[in-house]
Design a protein. Structure first.
Length: 326
């Protein structure tokens, strides 16, 4: 009888130990972050900025956090498949841009999503309001619609006789449609005619420039979004080839040889995205985390490109530049 009692006690102790071990392992569950890029593999400044932001909050990749990264390689039709793959990996939160975020909402309405650089999350249908997003999406908006007029103003200061500007945009991108509508008023005030040129993806870039050049624009402005972002090098080369002064929405275009850009620092926004990730991992709901708007905008100018185009950048414009490439 005593032996049976000892065995029972031993089994109970073993069960309790197993329970405690399982509980400890559960408590030590390492968070898994999903990162879905519309672009190509290779390690971008945005990916590194996100990792740095996570380090700021004490998250070290491979130690107390895992990051699962997937690339759509400029193919929006791959978004649903890649999102589903990340969901199967049981990620705790997804960090991405507008297009993939829209696809992710279709796949899951419960997966927390931090969207970065979206032009207008309201128009895109990602949130109910900036102050109270209301669903499973929050993050940072780039405020691109309000910046379109400022870009035109800077381009006109650089090219004083500017009267016709081509606007390269993707009509399938809801944010681009908003950008175009909000560009018309400032353009009229500046006495600039906007010629809309469509390009939904890489196969349409060459054709778009052929259409554009026939209209003889004196300048080019680009809409935000994956269609242009994923083809920045090709756009910059074609603008240079056709001697077209251009102002872009991202600084990467200037780093690739573009003339000038004006907008928020996207890498900085990805670093800030780590704040939202940290809050969500600690129990906050995206619905209750207000979408943040940028407060700082940067003007970048490439003087090498200006010289190649035969342009002299006015001192009043140079004085405002955050970075000048000589």
């Amino acid at each position: 009888m005593a032996r049976k009692t000892i065995i029972v006690v031993w089994l109970i102790a073993l069960a309790l130990a197993s329970f405690r071990l399982a509980d400890a392992q559960q408590q030590k569950k390492v968070p898994r972050i999903g990162r879905l890029s519309a672009g190509f593999p290779g390690g971008t400044a945005r990916d590194e900025a996100l990792k740095q932001g996570l380090r700021d909050f004490g998250y070290i990749e491979g130690k107390n956090i895992f990051i699962e990264t997937r690339y759509a390689e400029g193919k929006p039709d791959r978004y649903p498949t890649l999102v589903a793959e990340l969901v199967r990996l049981k990620i705790d939160v997804l960090v991405t841009a507008t297009g993939p975020a829209l696809a992710a909402k279709q796949v899951s309405n419960t997966l927390p999503i931090v969207v970065v650089g979206t032009t207008d999350p309201l128009a895109a249908g990602l949130v109910e309001s900036l102050a109270r997003p209301g669903g499973n999406v929050t993050g940072l908006t780039s405020l691109a619609p309000e910046l379109g007029g400022k870009r035109l103003e800077l381009l006109k200061e650089t090219v004083p006789k500017l009267s016709r500007v081509a606007f390269l945009y993707n009509p399938a991108d809801p944010s681009n449609v908003v950008e175009l509508e909000q560009l018309r008023g400032p353009a009229a005030a500046l006495g600039v005619t906007v010629r809309v040129v469509e390009a939904r993806g890489p196969d349409e870039i060459e054709r778009a420039f052929s259409v554009m050049i026939r209209e003889r624009p004196q300048g080019l402005s680009t809409a935000s979004g994956a269609a242009n972002n994923n083809n920045q090098r090709r756009i910059v080369v074609l603008a240079a080839k056709n001697r077209l002064p251009a102002i872009y929405h991202l600084s990467e275009f200037v780093d690739s040889g573009g003339l000038m850009s004006y907008g928020p620092n996207l890498s900085g926004m990805y670093r800030r995205a780590a704040y939202f990730v940290d809050r969500i991992l600690k129990g906050a709901k995206p619905a209750d985390l207000p979408v943040e708007q940028p407060t700082k905008f940067e003007l970048l100018i490439n003087l090498k490109t200006a010289k190649a185009l035969g342009l002299t950048i006015p001192p009043v414009v140079l004085m405002r530049a955050e970075k000048v490439i000589k």
